[in-house]
Design a protein around this ligand. Structure first.
Ligand code: SF4
Ligand code: SF4
Length: 476
């Protein structure tokens, strides 16, 4: 379930570095299908107990972020968690070799019984591989594609290397391009700098304009951190009105320091994250439902509607969004590219076996099974599910470890959107457009205004804050 609030529900979504979407679903399609060399069905390692998991993974599909340059990037964004991953592969050239590219594309296609296969490229900075690498990737896709299978390429990039030649290639092969941009220049350049510490906005903007000139489908990924968290409407309106984004991903920056539950000064605070989401939501729900797609809101609507959310961070379990390193090592998730979460190398073990492995299933289930009691009893658990395990490093009010650092923000946000979400979910159930919520919210706004006008200074404020009118809306 995705793009509930969007007129078209192509199921396409931007690639991204965190909180990636859950794997595409095709529950109507039975497991089975052809497998080529290194087929999981043909190998001894494919034990009887593993077969149901393999069949399930093939039928449901899964998502792999392939990192052909590993963590290598031409920029030096100060909050980038990938840069430290270079240390995992000392001495490496950090370039995916051609035989691995061939093997990966073949195994990925063979491992899907779904009508659509997503090939997601990420980094580091994947465009550092050069266009020829991606041309070969397209050749391999054509070579291994089964008749009737649609292959969708997505690429997440900082945009700085994109010129007209790249844009023409993306357009020709219908890539969905995710551009990382953190808002207008001053906010973007706060942390997104190059290796010389220089601002990057102008280069990103040129890349974005090249994409627009060629009519490439693009999305924006915006990280929310200390520098831009206090400017939600400046950021959102810039993305919508200046960058022309119709699909927006908002990702909170949470950088842990070595001191346990402390975070870096660049990180967004939990309450600030909640306030940011609320401010953007309040603008969106009044004018942009159905025309601008904000992934966090769409995932929330899926939860209120009773469907699986389109984002792994809000799913009950995870484990269907893996990361492939430049040398063929496959990890459970791109936020857990570390030795303990290495599943194996696809040169040695078929991709599908690693995806369906006991280790990976345990990783996915741990998201649900390690929730603290505070979350299990939370009234918005159905929408939050404790968010991503990588952020679960604080203690609950009663001292239990494992609470999400962003909890306070999510609680405030999910409570705030309850009314409009109930309304939109109801519209969906009746086959009507969720965008009808805009008229409903406008009606509520008019009613509130009338009641505010009729309020006395010492009356309770009609907004429901619990404060006196003179200390709330009447204060101005
Ligand atoms: S750990 Fe799970 S929830 Fe977090 S990003 Fe990875 S797959 Fe998603
Ligand atoms: S809002 Fe907080 S308590 Fe509730 S599920 Fe999310 S992290 Fe847990």
């Amino acid at each position: 379930m995705s793009a509930l609030t969007k007129p078209r529900s192509s199921g396409s979504s931007a690639p991204h570095s965190a909180g990636r979407r859950t794997a595409p679903r095709d529950p109507a399609r039975p497991p089975g299908g052809t497998m080529g060399p290194m087929s999981a069905n043909d190998t001894d390692a494919s034990s009887a107990s593993a077969r149901p998991a393999i069949a399930r993974a093939r039928a449901r599909g899964f998502h792999v972020l392939a990192k052909p340059t590993g963590a290598i990037c031409n920029l030096d964004c100060q909050y980038c968690f990938f840069l430290s991953k270079e240390m995992l592969y000392p001495g490496s050239r950090f370039r995916m070799a051609d035989d691995l590219l061939d093997a990966y594309i073949r195994q990925l296609i063979e491992a899907h019984d779904t009508p659509e296969v997503t090939v997601a490229w990420q980094g580091g900075e994947p465009t550092l591989m050069g266009l020829d690498f991606f041309r070969r990737a397209i050749d391999y896709q054509e070579q291994y594609r089964r008749p009737g299978t649609r292959i969708v390429n997505t690429v997440q990039t900082n945009g700085t290397l994109i010129d007209d030649e790249w844009a023409a290639f993306f357009r020709q092969h219908q890539f969905l391009v995710g551009i990382s941009i953190d808002g207008p220049p001053a906010l973007h350049d706060a942390y997104r700098v190059d290796k010389g510490g220089n601002p990057t906005f102008d280069r990103v903007w040129r890349g974005l304009q090249a994409l627009r000139a060629r009519g490439v489908e693009y999305n924006v990924l915006t990280t929310v951190h200390r520098a831009n968290a206090g400017h939600p409407l400046d950021v959102y309106r810039f993305l919508r009105d200046e960058a022309g984004a119709r699909f927006i991903q908002l990702i909170p920056i949470v950088e842990r320091t070595d001191n346990g539950d402390e975070v870096s000064e660049r990180s967004v605070g939990a309450e600030a994250w909640g306030r940011f989401l609320i401010a953007v939501f309040d603008e969106w729900v009044r004018r942009d439902v159905g025309s601008v797609f904000v992934q966090t809101f769409d995932a929330a609507l899926a939860s209120w509607y009773g469907a699986p959310p389109s984002l792994c961070i809000f799913a009950e379990t995870c484990g269907e969004a893996l990361a492939l390193e430049h040398n063929g090592d496959l990890y459970s998730c791109d936020h857990f590219v570390e030795p303990a979460h290495l599943l194996g190398n696809i040169h040695n073990t078929p991709l599908i076996e690693l995806v369906a492995s006991e280790q990976q299933r345990a990783f996915g289930a741990a998201k649900r099974d390690t929730l603290p009691r505070y979350c299990r009893e939370c009234d918005v658990r159905f929408a939050c599910h404790g968010e991503c395990p990588k952020n679960r490093f604080i203690a609950t009010p009663d001292g239990e470890p494992g609470l999400n650092y962003l909890c306070a923000g999510y609680k405030a946000f999910f409570h705030h959107i309850d009314g409009p979400m109930r309304f939109m979910a109801g519209e969906l159930r009746h086959g009507r457009a969720p965008a009808n919520v805009m008229a409903e919210v406008a009606r509520g706004d008019r009613e509130l205004l009338d009641r505010l006008r009729a309020s006395g200074r010492n009356d309770a404020c009609p907004c429901g804050s619990g404060r006196k009118f003179k200390r709330c809306h009447g204060a101005a």
